[in-house]
Design a protein around this ligand. Structure first.
Ligand code: 1OR
Ligand code: 1OR
Length: 377
């Protein structure tokens, strides 16, 4: 054996770190081409590093970030961002991480009541059958946290998934603050869903209480339904121009929140003057938007696949400005309730408001006057 082949190759820490960050970015963004993405990623990294110095990956933000909580608006990987929301390469149907047994953690009535309350708004649980929901509740266990505790560290393997009962949690990517959870929400699902390293670090800011679920249970009960749902809405969410304002991660959360509804030809979906409970995206078919005018209804617009309606009343906090009917056969819609709308569509608000300004000018054209559809904005 030559001395060369027995010499130990040192892998520099910087190389390990750069490749890890690249892999995480790639897995979160899910671009279609790894080489194109790598060129763009490393070119950006190079252009951003301080002149003369070498890569300081601990303070760089290679991922696109958009959060009211972030201290500053970091750069965005523009062209790589929109390609695919969800992991294409990974097929959970073919993945059998199932050892059959689901853990059961006994709980007092009081504990169970608190848990049920905490998971009420967990979107990932929405598509579960009752039996599966009970398994989920059995399998969750309480974890108390203290201020400063690290719950998840970026780059680690995924162990648990967490639902928040209380506490404030800050999320960091490469030491940059990108998100905050305030006493509600869930985190830690990405690594378990997509079988990838933790995309971010999560640290408790205050003391608090979490409900945890281990990886096996998560994958056995939740993986397939959650994955299917995200996949099902991928095409729709990619086809709505307004949603380009969202990050991939935000579009995934939106997919979790949508509920499918279908309407027969002629059926009324929204009634003018009613209070609003949510908005709709059109998956299939067309709808007719009609306004009351002198005891009759006048069609003011037709909308089709990839378009949305019912947002106006949510933005203006007024009654429905028009009625909407299914036309030309069965219409398939994805419904987003008002709570999820307020939580998830903040980044699209400016675009929606601009489109609403268009309604106003159309209104003047069609009826010759403003009908006060938007004046509380
Ligand atoms: P995980 O298993 O990867 C870290 O562990 C968790 O942080 C992650 O699951 C999510 O639950 C949570 N991007 C990625 N992960 C995020 C983000 C996020 N926010 C919270 N987590 N954002 C996009 C940044 C490019 C923030 C969007 C506002
Ligand atoms: P909503 O929550 O008020 C009815 O419920 C929905 O019809 C409304 O949200 C919009 O999403 C949708 N003016 C007002 N609402 C409209 C219009 C519209 N078009 C679609 N909707 N105009 C048509 C512009 C081409 C202007 C009025 C003539």
């Amino acid at each position: 054996m030559s001395s060369d082949s027995s010499r130990k190759i040192q892998v520099p820490d910087e190389l390990k770190e750069v490749l890890l960050q690249f892999s995480i970015s790639f897995l979160v963004e899910q671009p279609p081409d790894v080489i194109d993405y790598a060129v763009e990623y490393f070119t950006k990294l190079q252009s951003e590093r301080p002149s003369g110095g070498h890569t300081d990956i601990s303070t760089d933000d290679q991922l696109s970030v958009n959060s009211q909580d972030a201290d500053a608006e970091p750069p965005v990987m523009a062209s790589s961002r929109r390609k695919s929301v969800f992991a294409e390469a990974y097929d959970p149907e073919a993945d059998d991480d199932d050892d059959g047994a689901t853990a059961v953690f006994p709980k007092t009535d009081e504990q169970r009541a608190r848990l049920v309350e905490s998971v009420k708004n967990v979107l990932l649980f929405r598509s579960l059958e009752k039996e599966q929901m009970n398994q989920v509740l059995d399998a969750m266990f309480e974890r108390k946290v203290q201020p400063g505790d690290y719950i998840i560290r970026q780059g680690d393997d995924g162990d648990n998934f967490y639902v928040i009962e209380s506490g404030v949690y800050k999320v960091y990517i490469n030491d940059k603050h990108i998100n905050t959870y305030n006493h509600t929400g869930l985190f830690g699902e990405l690594a378990l869903l997509y079988n990838m390293p933790r995309a971010a670090t999560v640290q408790a800011e205050t003391s608090g209480l979490l409900w945890a679920m281990d990886r096996q249970t998560f994958r056995r009960i939740l993986l397939k339904s959650a994955f299917r749902k995200r996949k099902m809405y991928e095409e729709l969410l990619n086809s709505v121009p307004m949603l380009k304002a969202l990050q991939n991660y935000e579009r995934m959360n939106l997919a979790d929140a949508l509920v499918s509804k279908s309407y027969d030809n002629g059926e009324r979906i929204i009634k003018q003057g009613d209070a609003a409970d949510g908005m709709y995206f059109i998956e299939e078919g067309t709808v007719s938007v009609r306004m009351d005018q002198d005891d009759a209804e006048v069609e003011i617009s037709q909308l089709g696949k990839g378009q949305y309606f019912g947002e106006l009343a949510l933005v203006t906090h007024r009654p429905r400005a028009a009625s909407v009917y299914a036309t030309g056969g069965v219409v398939k819609l994805a419904f987003l309730d008002v709570k999820a709308f307020e939580r998830l569509l903040g980044p699209c608000m400016d675009i929606m408001k601009r489109n609403i300004d268009d309604y106003e000018s159309q209104l003047v054209k069609i009826f010759g006057s403003k009908n006060n559809i938007t004046d509380t904005r």
